[in-house]
Design a protein around this ligand. Structure first.
Ligand code: ACM
Ligand code: ZN
Length: 418
């Protein structure tokens, strides 16, 4: 009756304890401006008398946003951070470079902002200035959320090539992508200038993002140009590599070694397993059918579970319903490519999971609609024990978040279409 007490072993625990108190208060506490009480009754903010002993199930509780296919203004990114903090996510994976747009200002390479950030005849696009990035990172850090930037290589690089065509195998010219899909023009693996460029970019990325992790993408890199490029073929021979998949691993390994020299841990999508994964890389497993989790864990790699079958929230809630997302669990076997019982002998390699919101069909006004309520099911999987899981019980608690999310500027969409 005299108040609330939070005890925790470390700063993050106090932070999450405060979020719990926030959740126990009425939704109106989230209103950006005072809301007048209705009728004669004064508005009373009460929290029930409860005792909560709580701890997260997984250490990696992430959400990925794609600022490339549609540019997401800083204000939208901050609203996402607000919601992540409230539901105790601790990683914002920020997808910043793509075929269709490069979104990060880099001092050494000004054409990334002046050319690579804009596409098509209407010059659709945008980029984050270094001050804006520092602002977002500080905002997230103050809310217990570590920002993990993703700088894609060797593929998904056409916007960078449009700005610096000498970095491609053919020399261009290239234009910033105006269609969705996978582009064949990627960084040339035989050209030392490419590594000068990437090291220049990554040096600035390390200065802007003081966190421990950097994501290097490494997904969906077609090998067509490398097969036809004399410089790439010479590299394969010189390094004694088996094929273009091994060349991809060699390429990524070189970037990882550079970043490890700066004290960073690197993450790659699960395609990195195809050419022999560089030691120490954290694998983000998205292709459920490839059994990426089992393969990565068998090879001793840490894994983040992100099966597109369950946690790609860009999928329509027609098929990927709230109830479907709520069935996701990184340790339950099945189509989700979970950690198999054999692999469970090293459960510490399963860092946790991450939902992804790819941006092709998601302009900034749609982020709340697309992410919620389904991201609440992801939050439950990553925080709470799997045992005792009950969709009906979860459903009531999820629906009670609607008003809260609307106050946060992220009005939820439907949980399913009938
Ligand atoms: C991915 O969906 N290409 C990681
Ligand atoms: Zn090449």
């Amino acid at each position: 009756k005299r108040g609330a007490v939070v005890t925790a072993p470390a700063l993050a625990g106090f932070f999450h304890g405060v979020q719990t108190i926030r959740q126990l208060l009425p939704a109106v506490v989230e209103a950006p401006a005072p809301v007048p009480s209705s009728g004669w009754r004064p508005m009373v903010w009460e929290i029930p008398g409860v005792r909560i002993a709580d701890a997260p199930r997984f250490g990696w509780r992430g959400f990925m946003i794609d600022s490339c296919r549609h540019f997401l203004p800083v204000e939208v990114v901050k609203r996402v951070v607000d919601a992540l903090a409230l539901y105790k996510f601790n990683r914002l994976h920020w997808h910043l470079t793509e075929d269709q747009g490069w979104r990060l200002e880099i001092k050494k390479y000004p054409r990334l902002a002046s050319v690579a950030a804009w596409r098509g005849p209407t010059k659709y696009g945008g980029f984050y200035t270094r001050d804006e990035v520092r602002d977002v990172v500080a905002y997230a850090t103050a809310r217990g959320v570590e920002v993990v930037p993703e700088i894609e290589l060797p593929g998904h690089a056409q916007a960078a090539l449009a700005a610096y065509p000498a970095l491609g195998c053919t020399g261009g010219p290239y234009k910033v992508g105006t269609e969705w899909g996978i582009y064949k023009d990627v960084y040339c693996a035989g050209n030392e200038k490419v590594f000068d460029f990437l090291e220049g970019v990554l040096t600035e990325v390390c200065a802007l993002f003081p966190g421990r992790f950097i994501h290097l993408g490494a997904d969906e890199c077609p090998k067509d140009r490398w097969k036809a490029c004399p410089k790439c073929q010479a590299r394969i021979r010189k390094e004694g590599l088996a094929d273009e998949h091994a060349l991809q691993s060699w390429f990524v390994h070189r970037a990882i070694s550079f970043l490890e020299g700066k004290g960073k841990r690197c993450i790659c999508w699960d395609e990195i397993l195809e050419g022999g994964p560089p030691p120490g890389v954290i694998v983000q497993a998205w292709r459920a059918g490839e059994k990426a989790v089992s393969k990565a864990v068998a090879a001793g790699h840490e894994v983040i579970h992100s099966p597109y079958s369950h946690v790609y929230l860009n999928e329509s809630p027609r098929g990927c319903t709230l109830e479907h997302v709520h069935t996701w669990d990184p340790t339950q076997e099945g189509e989700r490519d979970a950690l198999t019982p054999a692999a469970l002998t090293r459960p510490e390699l399963l860092l946790g999971g991450e939902a992804c919101l790819w941006g092709e069909w998601c302009p900034p006004t749609r982020v709340g609609w697309q992410a919620f309520p389904r991201l609440l099911a992801v939050a439950e999987t990553l925080w709470s024990p799997w045992r005792g899981r009950d969709f009906q019980d979860f459903h009531g608690r999820a629906m009670a978040q609607k008003g809260r999310l609307s106050y946060l500027g992220l009005t939820p969409g439907p949980e399913r279409f009938v």
